[in-house]
Ligand binder design. Structure first.
Ligand code: 5GP
Ligand code: ZN
Length: 113
């Protein structure tokens, strides 16, 4: 399958790695929207969050646990951060491999644009 994030997770396309284990890969976004902008992806391909099923609940919990760990390790846990998942056209999704944006280092706006 011709998926850019599958290739990044396999190391076939270079990226600035933040974290990796058997299930997930985290790396810096190529066009950061905040001083810290990390993408956390499952190594297994899901096009959107709509493909998450009951058996995937542990994986999704793991992604949030690792986001928490990255925030603490990088020291932006106390100031705060935002986790975003865009889904399909109205959600603003442009890469169709499920990813969690982890944004930090500036005051976020609400409501989001
Ligand atoms: P989406 O709009 O689908 O929620 O987010 C896709 C994100 O992937 C965007 O923030 C975009 O900058 C990032 N992105 C797209 N292509 C690449 C790439 O080749 N490398 C990296 N590191 N990030 C990418
Ligand atoms: Zn993929």
């Amino acid at each position: 399958m011709d998926c850019i994030f599958c290739k990044i997770a396999k190391g076939q396309i270079p990226s600035k790695k933040v974290y990796e284990d058997d299930l997930i890969y985290a790396f810096h976004d190529i066009a950061p929207q905040a001083p810290v902008h990390i993408l956390i992806i499952p190594k297994k391909h899901y096009s959107t969050i709509l493909e998450i099923e009951n058996d995937d609940k542990e994986l999704i919990g793991h992604i949030f646990f690792i986001a928490n760990k990255i925030a603490k390790d990088m020291g932006f846990n106390e100031k705060g951060f935002r986790i975003v998942v865009n889904c399909n056209r109205d959600g603003g999704q442009t890469v169709f491999h499920l990813h969690f944006h982890l944004l930090a280092g500036r005051m976020m706006h609400w409501p989001p644009g």
